[in-house]
Design a binder for this molecule. Structure first.
Ligand code: GLA
Length: 406
């Protein structure tokens, strides 16, 4: 059992913060002289994401989808709606490509009831905040309790996943930057929060996601991507045969409403021990048959935050190995590295056989989410790494998904 504290603050980089706040975001025609190095674009950029219409939102706002390709033929598609990862085409051991992500053909699917945060940028604070309440600098804030009795994934209609972001292709790379400013008080959160999320597909078969944010009032921030992966191909059945490794000796047990108790406990001797690869279906906990005391699960299947080994030690330096997922049938492998302290492993327990892209069906446990993030409800747990971003600081985090086949 581990109850260690994490003294290292998550946010740094005052200079970068000032640059980001002061930089006037360039429009699509800004050249390489733009003041924001991440957002240099060019009319003639050699490598540039192609764009297409992704439909209009119910409110009549146009949305777009950008295609990123690398030299090995991998393709990622990302949309301005929710800064969402929509498609990801990767090869199996024989070179056959499939799209491994749950999603929809256009924005109407993403706005519909069957969308369970597929591929979106999730926040301002991903996962749950207990009873939708927190106190910061002596003031109590109340958020939507959209996952009764708790706040989930940023709340209601103005959660980041439901907004149309501005896109700027990045010059010379298969990359797109999405930007959005969430005004003070939106979804109950304090501060004008300016965010940037950059998706990059590298020639090393990596999908890299960089997040950046600044604020003018102290506010909690915890951003992640909520992609649902099925390495056999999205819609090809369940993922119980997928083999998972998690670089985590510990996890954060929760109460019945999936709010952490505040403890950090060992995975040893529980179905949560993925330090060596196990098939997801091998020991899947089920609250109907497995009582909460064998693995402190309060949910059907896996839906747990794991503490990534080594986070406190190497924070701010390198990305840490967090997870490896392999589909033994196709041989497709995904490895995740991140600078975040936690990873939420969710085994698609609420998927309900909804229809998605190309009329595919996404069954119960038909995909896996591995969401790199700070721990759920951190804003109410002083012993968890802090999620508070203050004026003058920059929230900066990176997660890399590397794909291969064997
Ligand atoms: C996260 C949560 C789950 C569920 C899904 C979305 O992974 O931990 O409990 O809310 O998002 O359906």
């Amino acid at each position: 059992m581990q109850t260690n504290l994490f003294p290292v603050l998550k946010y740094s980089g005052v200079i970068a913060a000032m640059l980001f706040m002061n930089a006037c975001l360039p429009d699509q025609n800004d050249g390489p002289g733009s003041s924001d190095p991440d957002l240099k674009t060019s009319k003639s950029g050699a490598k540039k994401a192609a764009t297409a219409d992704f439909g209009k939102t119910k409110a009549g706002e146009p949305t777009e989808i950008y295609t990123l390709k690398n030299k090995n033929g991998l393709i990622a598609k990302v949309s301005t709606f929710g800064a969402t990862l929509v498609e990801l085409h990767i090869p199996d051991k024989d070179g056959n490509f499939v799209d491994v992500l749950n999603g929809f053909d256009d924005v109407s699917g993403y706005e519909g009831e069957d969308n369970q945060y597929f591929g979106c940028t999730t926040g301002r604070v991903c996962n749950r905040i207990a009873k939708g309440k927190f106190t910061l600098d002596g003031k109590e804030y109340t958020l939507a309790t959209n996952n009764d009795p708790n706040h989930l994934h940023g709340g209601g209609d103005k959660a980041l996943s439901k907004q149309v972001w501005k896109a700027v292709p990045v010059v010379g790379q298969a990359a797109v930057a999405f930007t959005l400013t969430s005004p003070d008080g939106e979804e109950g959160y304090p501060g004008n929060l300016s965010m940037k999320v950059i998706y990059t597909l590298t020639d090393d078969n990596e999908l890299r996601i960089d997040y950046n944010a600044t604020t003018d009032k102290a506010t909690p921030v915890n951003l992640t991507n909520h992609a649902y992966f099925n390495l056999g191909g999205a819609g090809s059945g369940n993922v119980l045969n997928h083999e998972l490794t998690l670089n985590a000796d510990n996890y954060t047990p929760t109460d019945e409403t999936l709010i952490p108790t505040g403890k950090v406990e060992s995975v040893e001797g529980t179905p949560l021990d993925f330090r060596k690869a196990h098939a997801i279906g091998e020991r899947i906990p089920d609250k109907d048959v497995t009582k909460t005391d064998d693995c402190k699960t309060a949910t059907l299947g896996y839906d747990h935050n794991f503490v990534i080994n080594g986070w406190g030690r190497s924070h701010g330096e390198d990305l840490l190995f967090a997870a490896r997922l392999k589909d033994p049938k196709s041989g497709r492998v995904m490895e995740i590295h991140t600078d975040q302290p936690g990873i939420q492993f969710y085994s698609g327990n609420f998927l309900k056989a909804q229809k998605g892209k190309g009329d595919k069906t996404y069954p119960f446990r038909g995909a896996v989410c591995l969401e790199t993030q700070h721990f759920p409800d951190s804003v109410n747990h002083g012993n968890f790494p802090s999620t508070i971003l203050k004026p003058g600081e920059t929230y900066k985090t990176t997660t890399v998904h590397k794909f291969s086949a064997e």
